[in-house]
Design a protein around this ligand. Structure first.
Ligand code: AMP
Length: 249
């Protein structure tokens, strides 16, 4: 089966994110960017499905500025076969991303689309669910295990208080959770090979998708600074402070 994997270029998870002085967003100039960690897990899962002989072709898809090519190259070095870049400098919100994925799914006819459970920049956790709804496909979100099964896939989901196992008919959308797998590092020979793999560049207009934002960001602010702690001399003082100062007991 053909697998489509979403790979978003986001601020690297090790970077301390700074809010722009005018409160319109976060600083991205001269900041290290990487593949969204949940998408690395998605690529790894697709590559494992190919190694098991279940997936036949892996197409990595990224939407965003031209620099998202780097993210696609990382996916190709990990084992994806080819890439599609939907290039735009405009802000893309989850509904627009889901519509673009739908348009690509209609061109490519994959049996499986894997996206992360969330992008660590917007923390929306919406794209996979919206895409499954737009396509009318089965969905297995927060997957911690994906296994081939009679007529489709068996997906184990991380839910509050435990694990839920679903049988999905294909085509389906799966969103990855942290414990699904541990992504591999691309080897140097594979990084070299990835340079020769094809990347097709499209635009939202060419796909016939109106990608205009539907939500307006009013303000972005840093979280309130934590106050310094105090040392108490005994339990009595602690209880007194919790009762009379913090008023939590
Ligand atoms: P979100 O709903 O924004 O939290 O994103 C969930 C997942 O959708 C991400 O982990 C990606 O797999 C996919 N996704 C979101 N935005 C993009 C994008 N611009 N390009 C490629 N994939 C994306």
């Amino acid at each position: 089966m053909k697998v489509l994997v979403g790979v978003k270029r986001v601020i690297d998870y090790n970077v301390k994110v700074r809010v722009k002085a005018d409160g319109t967003g976060v600083e991205t100039a001269n900041v290290k960017m990487s593949m969204n960690p949940f998408d690395e897990i998605g690529v790894e899962e697709a590559v494992r499905l190919k190694e098991k002989g279940i997936a036949t072709e892996i197409v990595a898809v990224s939407m965003g500025p031209a620099a998202s090519q780097e993210t696609l190259r990382t996916a190709l070095a990990m084992g994806a076969d080819r890439g599609i870049l939907v290039q735009t400098d405009a802000e893309l919100q989850p509904l627009a991303v889901a519509k673009l994925f739908k348009a690509i799914a209609e061109r490519e006819s994959p049996q499986l689309v894997i996206v992360g459970k969330q992008a660590i920049d917007d923390d929306s956790n919406q794209t996979g669910q919206m895409l499954a709804a737009l396509l009318g496909w089965s969905q297995g979100t927060f997957a911690s295990k994906v296994a081939p099964a009679e007529g489709g896939l068996e997906v184990t989901r991380e839910v509050d208080g435990g694990l839920e196992t679903l049988a999905l008919r294909l085509p389906a959308v799966v969103t990855t959770d942290l414990r699904l797998n541990e992504p591999r590092y691309a080897s140097l020979p594979n990084i070299m090979k990835a340079k020769k793999k094809p990347i097709e560049t499209l635009t939202p207009e060419a796909l016939g998708v109106d990608a205009a934002p539907r939500l307006v960001t009013l303000k972005v602010a840093e979280p309130a600074k934590r106050l310094a702690g105090v040392k108490v001399k005994d339990v009595g003082e602690l209880v007194d402070k919790l009762k009379n100062e913090a008023k939590v007991i």
